[in-house]
Write a protein that binds this ligand. Structure first.
Ligand SMILES: NC(=O)c1ccc[n+]([C@@H]2O[C@H](COP(=O)([O-])OP(=O)(O)OC[C@H]3O[C@@H](n4cnc5c(N)ncnc54)[C@H](O)[C@@H]3O)[C@@H](O)[C@H]2O)c1
Length: 323
């Protein structure tokens, strides 16, 4: 491998703008639901405490690419001033098996996750949704505000974090960056009670969002919990919602928000309605009226990383050639 085979986070940011990534994720989730991708469950190797090494393989044969993301997740890194997610996406040509490039994975993860939530929000939230609540103030909280604004005309944002000073800092930074009102809230209830769209983007193990606080007609992107024993949503909320996910197989193995109410007997398997890709393809219905609460349970898929990384590699190569 030579030096040119590595694409840095700065290059990813330069090439993969959010609007482009939303379109790319729309195509990728559709391709997945059409059966055009090979997507296996991730391996999450537990380290000390809640630290994890994740290996996420997938293939997009129509694009002639196969690869894997390798990522470490260290939730307490925030206290050390380090990112909680660090890694790379390794991309090969599927036909020859030759390495195309290695792409910095932290930035790919940051952008593609929010872009996927934007796709889900676009198909599941009310068309007139104009207020947004964000629970959490980390990397995903920042990316989600950017992404959701691109699919709905948001004019009011509420933010909550378990550390009130983080919510204040977030509101100062984001209101200036996007020229929008961002209100820091003392409680999650205060943040969500008037919100049409809610994004839970925390590393919480226990629920931070409760059904009794969510208004009718809201859409929720549940992004933070990706293991069977952790959840951000309480049982009451999941039970009262129409529940969708990115990948059924992943939800059946990894989604605490779904699996805990299932284990409790509060819902059965029919409660999980299907994949957002299926809604995009018109195979299953999405929202039926303005009163329903919809939930998108995002587990995060290798194929999303692969599609994003491959796009970046191809664009970088084109830019190199036209120099
Ligand atoms: N579904 C996906 O595709 C996907 C992709 C990336 C990240 N994630 C998950 O989303 C979450 C946020 O990711 P990030 O990159 O923004 O992380 P981050 O480390 O930048 O931010 C974490 C946020 O969670 C909050 N938090 C931590 N512990 C908490 C607790 N016990 N209760 C309430 N809040 C708590 C922190 O205050 C912070 O606001 C993580 O759990 C991460 O693993 C999911």
């Amino acid at each position: 491998m030579n030096f040119l085979n590595f694409i840095s986070g700065d290059q990813v940011t330069e090439i993969l703008d959010m609007q482009t990534c939303i379109q790319l994720m729309r195509e990728t989730l559709s391709a997945l639901s059409r059966g055009e991708a090979i997507q296996v469950l991730r391996t999450a190797m537990r380290l000390e405490g809640r630290n994890v090494l994740g290996v996420m393989p997938s293939a997009l044969l129509a694009k002639n690419v196969v690869g894997t993301k390798v990522i470490t997740i260290v939730p307490d890194n925030a206290y050390k001033g380090l990112p909680s997610h660090q890694g790379v996406v390794v991309v090969f040509e599927a036909e020859t098996g030759s390495l195309k490039a290695i792409v910095e994975g932290e930035t790919v993860t940051a952008i593609r996750t929010a872009a996927v939530s934007a796709v889900a929000t676009d198909v599941l939230s009310r068309k007139d949704a104009n207020s947004l609540a964000i629970l959490g103030t980390g990397v995903q909280a920042r990316m989600h505000l950017e992404a959701i604004r691109l699919v709905r005309k948001i004019d009011q944002v509420y933010v909550w974090d378990r550390r009130p000073e983080s919510a204040v800092k977030y509101s100062e930074e984001m209101s200036e960056k996007f020229d929008i009102s961002v209100v820091p809230c003392a409680t999650a209830e205060e943040a969500v009670k008037h919100a049409d769209i809610i994004c839970t983007v925390t590393a919480a193990k226990e629920p931070v969002l409760f059904g009794r606080h969510v208004q009718k007609g809201a859409h929720i992107n549940a992004v933070g919990s990706c293991t069977p024993d952790c959840r951000e949503l309480d049982t009451e909320l999941v039970k009262a919602s129409k529940l969708y996910t990115d990948r059924m197989e992943s939800a059946n193995h990894e989604a605490g928000d779904y699996l805990i109410p299932l284990r409790e007997g509060a819902i059965d398997e029919t409660h999980l309605l299907g994949e957002v890709g299926d809604v995009l393809l018109g195979k299953i219905p999405g929202r039926q009226d303005g009163e329903e609460i919809t939930v998108f349970e995002a587990l995060g898929l290798a194929v999303e990383d692969l599609a994003a990384a491959d796009f970046v590699i191809n664009q970088a190569a084109q830019r190199e050639m036209s120099r």
